[in-house]
Design a protein around this ligand. Structure first.
Ligand SMILES: [Zn+2]
Ligand SMILES: [Zn+2]
Ligand SMILES: [Zn+2]
Length: 159
């Protein structure tokens, strides 16, 4: 789990990246799936900040070191990372964010700052189970949901 509780506040972000990549390696090893160099690199690019990043921006950055990188390269890597719960898609921005709670099945819940763009993942079990129960009561089985909460992060409120 990343060391910072408030990603918008100044912190040693290199530790977040190190931590995220370390956990990703561990999870892929446990699942016996291959975190190839390109997948790991894409994950590292996504973890460059706590702001969601789009596929096009990722491709642009990846192309600096992998001149042969094409959109399918990125899309395949993103699909792998999503399938293995290492990243989330922020639907409203069509962008991707590193998962802050890897290893457990959960639906995404995000606090998204409308000023600086930082997105913080929260995992309120009580919210998820309330929605699951309510859906079940209607005979509906949830496949996935993402909750995106817009507002101001602690840092931007002080500006
Ligand atoms: Zn960080
Ligand atoms: Zn997550
Ligand atoms: Zn902010």
């Amino acid at each position: 789990m990343p060391l910072t509780d408030s990603p918008a506040k100044p912190h040693d972000h290199s530790l977040c990246i190190e931590d995220a990549l370390g956990q990703a390696r561990l999870i892929c090893e446990q699942r016996n799936v291959r975190l190839t160099a390109i997948r790991e690199q894409v994950l590292g690019l996504i973890w460059q900040s706590h702001k969601p990043i789009g596929a096009y921006d990722l491709l642009e950055q990846l192309a600096k070191t992998h001149h042969a990188a094409k959109p399918p390269t990125i899309y395949r890597a993103l699909e792998f990372l999503q399938d293995n719960g290492l990243i989330h898609k922020i639907e409203s921005q069509n962008a991707f964010l590193g998962c802050a709670h890897v290893g457990g099945h959960h639906h995404g819940q995000f606090l998204i700052c409308t000023i600086c763009g930082t997105a913080q993942e929260i995992d309120e079990k009580i919210v998820s189970s309330a929605l699951e129960n309510a859906s079940q009561a209607h005979g509906f089985r949830i496949q996935s949901f993402v909750i995106e909460i817009k507002g101001l992060c602690a840092t931007c409120q002080d500006l």
